[in-house]
Design a binder for this molecule. Structure first.
Ligand code: NAD
Ligand code: DAU
Length: 352
């Protein structure tokens, strides 16, 4: 049985990837390593926590001796690395936290993989899940391709760009077998309500202002998270060694148009008169260094691996809204902080 390590599996995207791998691959044992920072929530994967091919490990990727010991003990065959500090606004107020987890943490995983795989690299794989933000900002035209030069603008994207470079460097210097993907903005269930879509859904439910940064004309390319998980599965199994793939939704939206669409859907679902939620829109001070536009050219992964998004944005957004409305307990637990006690309840007291 292959042993696969997934890092950050209690977070938003990681939880979808862990669920997919546990369910699709009974011949793998999936180890989910997560520090359970504010962004980690074991309620996200409560449905698979008792699966026989699944083990949760609480731990910090910044802790090198711990990571070395974990790799030595389990001799993982593959690593899917998603653990990260992921929120751009937080990176502006605390950049060092992003260097620690995103750069040093990634280095620790690379070193540990290099050590245990040194005599047998064949059949092994280190997969780094990264972001389109490493490419910086587009103007009105053009798309990011795999050959677009890195030009990160925020401390978050600089830390992800740095970790991407180290992954490539370990491939070139030590022959570490790796694949890397750079993906656009994800949305869907279990998204932490600090990010645009879940924050605004939560605020609309509670009649709170919707803080649109700047003039709202910033553009993002949105992808339903389950489509990202499918792409990750494909790249992990079929991606070419030492290669990079861009993943995106072919789905650009200016923030303000997206917010207005979301307001319309929410009014309908909540049975409020049309236009009610849009009154909550409030233009606020812009994010410093705010990238104007991201848009991915996902032709390569489409042509080489046959992947394309399966969910339209209208469908995905409606599914997302339905999920949040059906799971208000999840949202309440996150906003109240109650989710943080899940680990103690489910794991620390398990043997007592
Ligand atoms: P998230 O913030 O929802 O989850 C991150 C997870 O990593 C959390 O469970 C957290 O507890 C864990 N973590 C953080 N620091 C850790 C540490 N030091 N040790 C161990 N675990 C730690 O993030 P997400 O949005 O799911 O993003 C996952 C990955 O995908 C990140 O690498 C991110 O850069 C990348 N990505 C995200 C998006 C997006 O739109 N969300 C798009 C492209 C790429
Ligand atoms: O592009 C991929 C990236 O997408 C990922 O690498 C990041 O981890 C992920 O957080 C996301 O980054 P963004 O900065 O694009 O996402 P966020 O949801 O924070 O913001 C989306 C857009 O909405 C952006 O232009 C900023 C704007 N915004 C955001 C918030 C939270 C607002 O106008 N108001 C808000 O309150």
């Amino acid at each position: 049985m292959k042993k696969i390590l997934i890092t950050g599996g209690a977070g938003f995207i990681g939880s979808h990837v862990v669920r997919r791998f546990v369910n699709q691959y009974p011949n793998y044992h999936i180890f989910n390593l997560d520090a359970l920072t504010y962004a980690g929530n074991l309620e996200n994967i409560a449905d698979i926590e008792k699966a026989p091919n699944y083990t949760f490990v609480k731990g910090d990727i910044v802790d090198a001796p711990f990571i070395d010991a974990l790799f030595a003990e389990h001799q993982f065959d593959g690593v899917l690395h998603l653990a990260a500090e992921s929120h751009v606004d937080r990176s502006i107020t605390d950049p060092l936290a992003f260097v620690k987890t995103n750069v040093i943490g990634t280095m620790n995983l690379l070193n540990a993989a290099k050590t245990i795989w040194k005599d047998q690299m064949e059949g092994k794989r280190f997969y780094h899940i990264s972001t389109d933000e490493v490419y910086g900002s587009l103007g009105a035209e053009g798309l990011f391709t795999e050959t677009t030069a890195y030009d990160p603008n925020s401390p978050y994207s600089a830390s992800k760009a740095s970790s991407d470079h180290f992954v490539r460097a370990y491939g070139e210097t030590y022959g570490l077998p790796y694949v890397l993907t750079n993906c656009s903005n994800n949305y869907g269930p279990f998204h932490f309500p600090e990010k645009l879509i879940p924050l605004f859904i939560n605020n609309i439910i509670h009649n709170k202002p919707l803080p649109v940064y700047g003039d709202g004309k910033y553009t993002r390319d949105w992808l339903f998270v389950e489509d990202h998980a499918v792409a990750i599965d494909l790249v992990f199994h079929k991606g070419v060694n030492h290669d990079t793939y861009n993943i995106g939704g072919f789905n650009e939206w200016q923030n303000i148009d997206l917010v207005k669409l979301l307001c319309r859907i929410m009014d309908e679902k909540l049975g409020r008169p049309a236009g009610t939620s849009a009154q909550l829109i409030t233009y606020v001070k812009d994010r410093p260094g705010h990238d104007l536009r991201y848009a991915i050219d996902a032709t390569k992964i489409n042509q080489e691996l046959g992947w394309k998004p399966s969910v339209t944005f209208e469908e995905g957004l409606e599914r997302t809204v339905n999920w949040y409305l059906d799971n208000q307990k999840w949202l309440d637990n996150v906003t109240s902080g109650a989710y943080a006690s899940y680990y103690e309840k489910q794991y620390e007291n398990r043997d007592s």
